[in-house]
Design a protein around this ligand. Structure first.
Ligand SMILES: Cc1cc2nc3c(=O)[nH]c(=O)nc-3n(C[C@H](O)[C@H](O)[C@H](O)COP(=O)(O)O)c2cc1C
Length: 392
């Protein structure tokens, strides 16, 4: 099955590879001359990246499932979870202190990220000899308990997606603009197994242009909103020490920037929020809106927590499948972030209206936006907090 129509390779790709080699060689020279001791560090070495050695030497099924949760997609790499683990059950709690402030004023993204963790746990539990039974929000009196996953002994299931859990990374680089084939839509739709959740996939040029422009406009609106700008940049981790200390957040190695930009950023130090914002805008106008399709996962209700968890479950399943096929994905939630901000601040409903138009309904709610395509480059792993930091 091919998920994209045949396309000839853009000659710019080859030219770009050569440029990168040259810049990389230049960067290596600079590193020798100026870099040593000036803050340069490798993309994924050290304890902050150790959880990606998964399942590593772990043999207990409940621990394999719990460690899989730590590797899930999650907003700004806040890792907003805490886990209570026994041999027969894992309780997944929201850690409300790990929030994005005005970037996620309704905690929509937090709950989507927690849903992503549920899917990783389910796949890992099945692969290690447990039948998982998921109960979302099992205790109405405890909003922090977002899911309980009961684990019953069973024969292990050989699921290729288990091996993808530690290879899945959000890819913020350039994707090929190959047109999507029908098989992509059909397969992604088959992964929408949770009730009330719907996929809206945009593959034709006109719809994609609307999505792209809406994302750029929403990025500009976030940048112009001092509170949102502060709250998004608060999760940016610049130095090796920052990363080791926090083991969370967004790093330059995960930004999708080329080798020379990454190198220069590391040796010159943390940019101002204004500079970081201008890079983000330029990336959104360029590489980060390339690809074969944009997608939106919507829910039937406006903002039910269970729906957000289900959206996360579906997104994670899609991303794991995509990686298993050599495809890349990146959530692109600026419009949804502005939708929430417009609602909480009573602002003119700009992103809200556009999202309603894109999903063809004002009764449903756009929850999770993304792009998909064939990447030019692999993505790096982001830092992760170890299991003993998140035990409850
Ligand atoms: C609800 C949600 C919203 C997200 N929104 C964005 C986004 O707008 N742009 C982006 O680049 N990544 C976004 N992400 C991806 C996270 O930043 C990413 O998962 C996190 O940094 C961890 O990196 P990893 O996915 O490579 O493990 C989002 C993730 C979730 C769960």
């Amino acid at each position: 099955v091919t998920f994209f129509e045949e396309t000839t390779m853009d000659p710019r790709i080859a030219r770009r590879d050569w440029l990168k080699l040259l810049l990389g060689a230049g960067g290596a020279g600079l590193l020798v001359r100026f870099g040593a001791g000036c803050g340069y560090y490798s993309a994924d070495g050290g304890p902050a990246f150790a959880p990606w050695d998964f399942p590593g030497g772990e043999t207990l099924p409940e621990m394999i499932a719990a460690r899989a949760a730590l590797l899930a997609t999650n907003p700004h790499n806040t890792q907003p979870w805490a886990l209570h683990i026994t041999a027969s059950q894992i309780d997944l709690h929201a850690d409300f202190s790990r929030n994005l402030g005005t970037m996620d004023s309704l905690l929509r993204e937090m709950h989507i990220g927690l849903g992503c963790a549920v899917t990783n746990m389910v796949i890992a539990a099945r692969a290690s000899g447990r039948t998982p039974t998921v109960s979302l929000l099992p205790d109405p009196s405890d909003a922090s308990l977002v899911a309980s996953v009961a684990l019953a002994p069973a024969a292990p299931i050989d699921d290729p997606l288990f091996g993808v859990i530690a290879r899945r990374h959000t890819n913020r680089g350039r994707y090929a603009d190959a047109p999507a084939a029908d098989a992509l839509r059909a397969t992604l739709e088959s992964l929408v197994t949770e009730p009330g959740i719907k996929l809206h996939l945009f593959t034709d040029g006109a719809d994609m242009a609307i999505f792209r422009q809406g994302t750029v406009d929403a990025t500009n609106a976030i940048i112009a909103d001092a509170d949102m700008s502060r709250d998004t940049n608060a999760w940016y981790r610049q130095s090796a020490d920052d990363i080791l200390q926090h083991r969370d957040g967004i790093t330059i190695d995960c930004s999708g920037s080329g080798a020379s930009v990454v190198f220069l950023s590391k040796v010159t130090g943390r940019p101002s929020d204004q500079t970081a914002n201008s890079y983000w805008l330029a990336a959104t106008q360029g590489a980060q809106t390339t690809g074969s399709a944009f997608g939106i996962l919507s829910s039937s209700s406006q903002n039910a927590r269970a729906d957000q968890l289900r959206v996360g479950q579906v997104y994670q399943a899609m991303h794991l499948w995509a990686v298993s096929q050599g495809l890349a994905m990146q959530p692109l939630n600026q419009m949804a972030e502005r939708q929430d901000r417009e609602e909480t601040q009573g602002l003119p409903p700009q992103s809200t209206s556009l999202l309603g138009q894109l999903i063809g309904s004002t009764n449903r709610r756009a929850q999770m936006l993304f792009r998909i395509g064939y990447p030019w480059d692999d993505a790096n792993a982001s830092p992760r907090r170890p299991i003993d930091w998140v035990l409850q």
